[in-house]
Design a protein around this ligand. Structure first.
Ligand SMILES: [Zn+2]
Length: 211
């Protein structure tokens, strides 16, 4: 069951590798089907070895409904996000290096690049440290997301979300591109943030982007 959601997740897993957002078995992907059904990646498996059968269908308590693998250890945190952000239907968690590096010594990634606005809608806040594999990750993500599709988790990585998996993937990929560009620009000097007017103008244009 849930072949469509599983296929979407597998495709996104390969994209995460292609864009160098993950290493080995780090990170995870989840999709909400309904209030008691979530499809998530398994714990500690290489993405390139993963098949549709390895993906886990869990209930609201994180218990396995379908599949034979142990679900991602972040499942409680992810379900907390779904419970508290009703529009969110998909999440991507990575340890992508540039965005994570910014979280080490900044409180946020400023809204400094159009693609960051397009895919993430606002400046990206950095949430304080909490241990991994804990529901606290989900609580901090909800508290610190603000208007953005992403939260940077200090000393850990990022959680990106969207109304579908494509939106979460765009958030993660464009975040890393913007974070890398921001780091390079900072080496050359101060980086100005886009004004509220520029952000609104850019956001309006993005509505008609694509096919
Ligand atoms: Zn992690």
């Amino acid at each position: 069951m849930y072949e469509k959601e599983k296929s979407m997740i597998m495709r996104a897993c390969l994209r995460m590798k292609e864009y160098r957002l993950i290493s080995l078995t780090g990170g995870n992907i989840s999709v909400k089907v309904d209030e008691d059904t979530y499809v998530v990646t398994p714990s500690g498996m290489l993405y390139e070895d993963m098949t549709l059968e390895d993906l886990c269908v869990v209930d609201h308590a994180g218990r396995l409904k379908e599949g034979s693998r142990k679900p991602t250890s972040d499942v409680a945190a992810l379900i907390y996000i779904y419970d508290h952000m009703p529009k969110v239907r998909a999440t991507i968690h990575t340890h992508q290096p540039y965005a994570t590096a910014i979280g080490m010594n900044n409180d946020s990634l400023p809204a400094c690049m159009v693609t960051l606005i397009d895919a993430n809608h606002a400046r990206i806040n950095v949430a304080p440290w909490t241990r991994s594999q804990d529901i606290g990750m989900g609580k901090l993500a909800v508290d610190y997301a603000g208007d953005a599709n992403t939260v940077i988790m200090k000393h850990h990585g990022v959680i990106c979300f969207g109304e579908d998996l494509d939106e979460a993937l765009y958030a993660a990929v464009y975040l890393e591109e913007a974070a890398k560009t921001y780091v390079m620009a900072r080496i050359m000097g101060a980086v100005p943030e886009l004004s509220d007017e520029q952000i609104a103008e850019e956001a309006a244009g993005w509505q008609s982007y694509g096919q």
